[in-house]
Design a binder for this molecule. Structure first.
Ligand code: ADP
Length: 398
């Protein structure tokens, strides 16, 4: 990984390369001596100067190469500058190239406005003032170099993004198959552990054997939970998500029947605004947020959980608020990442995947999620979903 400083250096080296990269300038005039004069004036710019002695020749050259700017004489026999410009503008490949018309001082205003209607970017009068010509052309040279550099950057970004997506897909597939394959052997470990304990039910076991067997079963259970969470997380990225108008109260009811409420105080609203969501994912989001709200409470404190909604017409924000231990602001982002747990040793058991599942589920439904919290002040987790009439289309693949 490159340091910031190195990246900065690489960036300026790249920019220097862009500035160094020569662009083509097309000079079109039927008089060789005029072409030589233009070339002499523009030599200092250090770019490739390409000469054309007629409109036809210019069009042929434009067909083959890309140009930063065209210096086009208006008065030429057969095909004059305006006609040539008309053809240049008609072709998709050359349509965007700026044209500077070179025109005699006695050209009428009518002819000048004809040039603008064809799409002249600028005019320069004969006899040509070298400084003015050089600075006008320079502007377009720099513009072209910047555009090229931007295009390169966009292409590079797209390439990196595609690579990242492919790597992510591979990783997801890998973690899915590993987790899937681990299930069988793990089931055997916990089954044999439990058999061992059952076998010696009420009988003497040598040394700490009973404790060891219990630990094996306990760890197998934790690993089972981890694998199930990983599978849920990875399935959520792969599977198609269908969203429809959902009443959050129903998903919440289902979630409450799946978590151990104990003596917790629960405050909920009589109804919640309908949102576009997937019922299974919405239930899972509530289950994970509620279990955390009930889990991360200081000992001796009666858990209090409030589920409320805030609707601003555009989106519906659901809040799951608790009176728990709270989370320092510097951890607010990282807790949504896989395996990030703030107190893995001393805190309550968990897999560290719950909030990553919440985030992925909400994103698959087109929304966002976050938390407001500080230590000792409880936590307020929120997620945004959209009402059915909203233009935001949920359920798109990640
Ligand atoms: P798990 O609950 O399995 O540890 P999560 O991904 O659900 O994993 O949560 C990650 C971490 O975020 C938790 O280990 C905990 O430190 C912190 N956390 C999550 N919810 C709360 C909450 N309501 N109150 C305090 N801390 C929380």
């Amino acid at each position: 990984m490159k340091s910031r400083e190195e990246q900065g250096r690489a960036m300026s080296a790249g920019e220097a390369a862009d500035a160094d990269e020569k662009v083509n300038i097309l000079l079109v005039d039927d008089q060789e001596e005029n072409l030589v004069a233009f070339a002499t004036i523009l030599e200092d710019l250090g770019q490739n100067l390409v000469k054309a002695h007629s409109g036809d020749e210019a069009l042929r050259l434009l067909y083959k190469d890309d140009f930063a700017v065209i210096l086009l004489d208006v008065r030429m026999p057969r095909m004059d500058g305006f006609e040539t410009a008309g053809y240049i503008r008609a072709r998709a490949k050359s349509r965007h190239i700026p044209i500077i018309f070179v025109t005699a001082f006695d050209d009428t205003l009518d002819r000048i406005s004809q040039g603008y209607s064809i799409g002249a970017v600028d005019y320069i009068m004969k006899p040509v003032n070298s400084d003015i010509l050089r600075s006008k052309v320079k502007v377009f040279v720099e513009l072209s170099q910047k555009t090229k550099s931007l295009e390169r950057e966009v292409r590079e970004r797209r390439r990196i993004e595609e690579e990242l997506r492919a790597t992510n897909r591979e990783l997801e597939a890998f973690s899915y198959s590993v987790s899937h394959d681990l299930r069988g052997p793990l089931r055997s470990i916990s089954s044999y552990g439990e058999l061992l304990i059952e076998e010696f039910e009420g009988k003497e076991m040598p040394g700490d054997t009973r404790q060891y067997a219990a630990r094996v079963c306990d760890n197998a259970r934790r690993m089972h939970a981890l694998i199930e969470d990983l599978l849920t997380f990875s399935r959520m990225a792969r599977e198609k998500v269908d969203c429809g108008a959902q009443d959050p109260a129903l998903a919440l009811g289902e979630a409450l029947s799946q978590v151990a409420l104990g003596d917790a105080e629960l405050i909920r609203e009589a109804s919640y605004p309908t949102v576009m969501a997937n019922r299974t994912l919405l239930t899972q989001v509530f289950v994970n947020l509620l279990s955390n709200a009930l889990k991360f409470v200081a000992s001796g404190v009666r858990p209090k959980v409030r589920i409320r909604a805030e609707n601003n017409g555009e989106r519906s924000r659901m809040w799951v608020e608790d009176n728990g231990i709270g989370i320092a602001p510097e951890h607010h982002e990282r807790i949504f990442r896989v395996f990030e747990r703030l107190n893995p040793q001393s805190g309550p058991p968990g897999t560290g995947i719950g909030l990553a599942i919440v985030q992925r589920a909400v994103e698959r439904m087109g929304g966002k999620c976050g938390v407001e919290s500080s230590p000792g002040q409880g936590s307020r987790f929120w997620f945004d979903l959209y009402p059915p009439e909203s233009k935001r289309a949920p359920g798109r693949p990640l």
